[in-house]
Ligand binder design. Sequence first.
Ligand code: HEC
Length: 132
Amino acid sequence: MYNFKKMNFCLLSIALYILLNACTYNKGETPVPVNRDVRYSVDVKPILVTHCFKCHSDTATNPDRPGYAFFNHFDEIQGEALKVSTANPNYTVLIARLKHIESPGMPFQETPLSDSLIQVIQDWVLIGAPNN
Ligand code: HEC
């Protein structure tokens, strides 16, 4: 014999599952297609030179706290680009700092970069932060 109560509960569960997924889908950030042609040397590095090198390089004019990453060493920027953020595991430290998800946000005590500049760096992270 069928157990109709059980079956109703089952159908209700499925309906609820679909409904919940429909509601949560696409909430938050709108997915932007990744630009897989992004280049470190051409697209990313100039942004870092302009906005970050004054502190994050070993020739920095403002290395007010020794010990933080020097981005003129590729392995150090790549390390931050690939390290998972403790503030939100969906982001790496570099992106979490740029998006002010991890504190202090970067650039340090300055206005955040524009969304389009952050997107360039995020695309590069998403293709694996290569030295290209
Ligand atoms: C005015 C100086 C300054 C500028 C400009 C700056 N930073 Fe920082 N950055 C710091 C300091 C100081 C810390 C350490 C802060 C802490 O975590 O307590 C830091 C930490 C970081 C960290 C965490 C890893 C580490 O080195 O400790 C990342 C990633 C980072 N910055 C990325 C950037 C990026 C990307 C830019 C450019 C968009 C930038 N920063 C611009 C001063 C700066």
